[in-house]
Design a protein around this ligand. Structure first.
Ligand code: CA
Length: 225
């Protein structure tokens, strides 16, 4: 899952980046509205955290532009304390949720998890696929009730597939959602290609869970063979 943070307060931006990375998200940050708008417009994010008070272009304008361009990514806005009119304007511009400053990072993390989950059509916090169970809080995976050890990269892939259960996901889509902007395609070693990572995840999962769709990509199936 890949997140964009648009916040001009560099300290706060860095704190959110660190907290989200600890939760195993791929994270990009922008420090003004122009850069933020561009990234949200051109990169495929699973959620965006958007401050409303931004230099260059304000957050409400950025959000309105994304929505009128048909960008439906879940957006969590950061609003000033006690300014209810800002929240109303944010929802009218297409925000999905808000957090009031100052906030606890845990609250932002919980709201982001909920937004991503709801966007994927899951009502409950834990996602099940056959005997496989993923708890996005802390990234715990169990198979038939037994905990499974997965690496950070494997967890990102498994989490993306589980949030998109039943859909065919191409290798390039997986790559775009498990890496941030700082990722360099030339720097990946053979041992980290999507196919190799999928192979490692398969060894830990019931057979038939992750299906290969020839020439297209992968699909996580609830009907295990
Ligand atoms: Ca600000």
């Amino acid at each position: 899952m890949r997140i964009l943070i648009v916040e001009d307060d560099r300290t706060l931006n860095a704190q959110m980046v660190a907290a989200l990375k600890r939760e195993n998200y791929a994270v990009d940050s922008a420090f003004d509205g122009e850069e933020g708008h561009f990234l949200g417009d051109t990169e495929p994010y699973d959620a965006i955290i958007l401050d409303l008070g931004l230099p260059e272009v304000d957050g409400l304008t950025v959000l309105s532009r994304w929505r009128s361009a048909g960008i439906v990514v879940p957006v969590l806005i950061l609003t000033a304390r006690d300014d209810w009119s800002e929240k109303v304007a944010g929802f009218d511009a297409g925000a999905d949720d808000y957090v009031t400053k100052p906030f606890q990072l845990e609250e932002v993390l919980a709201r982001i998890r909920a937004l991503i989950r709801r966007a994927a059509g899951h009502a409950s916090a834990v996602i099940n696929c056959g005997p496989v169970r993923l708890d996005p809080r802390g990234g715990r995976v169990t198979v038939g009730g037994l905990p499974i050890i997965v690496t950070a990269q494997e967890l990102r892939i498994l989490s993306y597939l589980m949030h998109n259960m039943g859909k065919v996901i191409s290798r390039s889509e997986l790559n775009e959602h498990i890496h941030g902007q700082d990722w360099d395609i030339n720097s990946i070693r053979d041992s980290n290609t999507i196919d190799v990572l999928i192979g490692r995840i398969r060894k830990k999962m019931p057979s038939g869970l992750i299906q290969t769709v020839r020439g297209v990509g992968y699909r996580l199936s609830e009907k295990i063979l």
